[in-house]
Design a protein around this ligand. Sequence first.
Ligand code: ADP
Ligand code: MG
Length: 225
Amino acid sequence: MSNIIKTVNLSKSFFLKKNLNILKKISIEIKKGELVALLGPSGSGKSTFLHMIALLDQPSSGEIYFEGKKTSLMNDVEKDQMRGKKISIVYQQNNLLNDFTSLENVAIAMISSGKNKEFAINAAKKILKKVGLSKRLEHFPSDLSVGEQQRVAIARAAINKPQLILADEPTGSLDQSTSREIFNLFLKFKSQNRSIIYATHNRELADKADYKLKIIDGNIRRSNE
Ligand code: ADP
Ligand code: MG
């Protein structure tokens, strides 16, 4: 079983006065170890798609399989567990906890998955070092640059070594060299047979993916552009 994610006729509509069909019967498969760029104009449904795959939002119809398991049959507790251990999402806005330091923001993700505090703190230091933030461990989010905040968010998403990382424009506010560092982290995950789907408008980063998926008019296609 080499699929991490498979969607079958996955659709999402929002109802605001009239029905908006954002995603229409999307059937795709993402394999283990694949690094996939998700493209599409603003408003095309990239975030909507990633939130559904992260099991944060219900599809209007269709099914998502995670490692071959139907996710529609999972209850909220099971979904929470999946999200804690197997799937991580990095949001467009980084969602850090403002009253906690960088180190705490990252360590908490591991503590809440059941690891002891000392172990989590050590792991958090290590991964923050990898994203170039060894000297920002005690900073609060408000004292970090936007790019640094985003790197903390990525460290937090990666600390539990999830099978799947979903990143919603993770490098949107980063300079070129930091974007490359983040991308190198993605390559590292890939080398560990983990999968990454990242929404991006950055052509250079999109071109480095194994392949690109593009959302156009509610459909997703592989893109060679
Ligand atoms: P992208 O991430 O590609 O910019 P989104 O997935 O955020 O696009 O949004 C896709 C479309 O769905 C947009 O037109 C947006 O206005 C609409 N949309 C997203 N969330 C909601 C919601 N909760 N209610 C109504 N419309 C929504
Ligand atoms: Mg978005």
